[in-house]
Design a protein around this ligand. Structure first.
Ligand SMILES: [Zn+2]
Length: 326
């Protein structure tokens, strides 16, 4: 008789386990603001908006935990935002300052910069908003130049990787060209290639104070109902445009997509376990309904099994600690 249980003895389980997860696979997203106190994001208990002065402490923790790196998101007060998102590409922008600070103090920490405008535009959209016959829309090509400027300013500040997330067509090409022209041919692009218009981003928008003031992002982010062709097309385009790494976002609701992309491109694949995924796990844990450590690690194993080389997760530090204890 076939008995799968023979392989489930304590001595054999580790030998036949295929999925491995270690802290180096994890990237910690960090929300950075200029000054003030560290503030907890109410829909993401345990996640904070950090003032610049508080960054070194977290960076040191990330390094000690052996994480793969951190990714930075800027948080601006509403009055500092404008329609063109100037804060995204300002030389002394909050993310640019954060990168300089981190790379100066911790050169061995991988610092990724999220490249988008929505944290810096007063309307909260990821690009330049214009008015057309059907109301407001985000102008794709007018946005490309601003995204390229943003990526270049992040590279100038010392970012190890830039990660465009605006879902504008042609953004990877525009950024690659700007980096190459600017003397940053060595800086890789981690592209949010396959990014769905998802309700699971809700808590992030509270954290980054970047919820769109009107409309939603379904005019540029992908429709969750679209077939696999859309994911393949987006990934293929970013591949051709010169992305070095491809990402799927959100993660757990799109395991099928991750798994379908795996092996099709000769590039590492990443998954972003987004704010809503964190919030769901955390809320159930706080209710006493889930064992946090087991549930979180299981969700991360699932992403690795589906094909993610690296995972962006708000649980990076805790997961690293649990993995070390195991
Ligand atoms: Zn955006």
């Amino acid at each position: 008789m076939e008995r799968p249980r023979r392989l489930r003895s304590p001595l054999l389980r580790p030998l036949v386990a295929e999925v491995e997860l270690s802290p180096k696979h994890l990237i910690l997203p960090l929300f950075v603001k200029e000054g003030g106190e560290m503030e907890e994001v109410s829909s993401m208990p345990g996640v904070f908006r950090h003032p610049l002065s508080g960054l070194p402490r977290v960076a040191e923790e990330a390094l000690k935990a052996g994480l793969g790196g951190v990714i930075l998101f800027g948080v601006l007060p509403q009055e500092a935002k404008d329609p063109m998102g100037k804060g995204a590409y300002a030389e002394d922008g909050v993310v640019q300052r954060a990168i300089r600070l981190l790379k100066q103090e911790f050169p061995e920490l991988l610092v990724v910069a999220d490249t988008c405008l929505c944290e810096y535009t007063d309307h909260g959209h990821c690009g330049v908003v214009k008015e057309g016959p059907l109301g407001f829309y985000v102008d794709n090509d007018a946005t490309l130049d601003l995204l390229a400027r943003t990526a270049l300013s992040q590279a100038q500040a010392g970012a190890d990787v830039v990660a465009p997330s605006a879902m504008m067509d042609g953004q990877v090409k525009a950024i690659r060209e700007a980096l190459d022209r600017g003397g940053f041919a060595h800086v890789p692009i981690l592209s949010y290639a396959v990014k769905y218009a998802s309700a699971f981003y809700g808590p992030f928008r509270e954290a980054a104070q970047s919820a769109p003031g009107f409309g939603d992002r379904s005019g540029y982010q992908m429709d969750p109902r679209a077939g696999l062709w859309d994911a393949l097309r987006e990934a293929a385009l970013d591949d051709l445009e010169g992305a070095d790494m491809l990402m799927v976002k959100p993660a757990l609701p799109y395991l099928d997509v991750l798994s379908a992309l795996k092996g099709r491109f000769a590039k590492p694949l990443f998954a972003y376990q987004v704010s809503g995924e964190y919030a769901m796990l955390k809320a159930a844990v706080l209710k006493g309904w889930l064992d946090e450590r087991r549930a979180v690690l299981e969700s991360l194993f699932a992403l690795r099994r589906a094909g993610a080389q690296g995972i962006l997760t708000y649980y990076a530090l805790e997961a690293a600690r649990w993995l070390k204890e195991a």
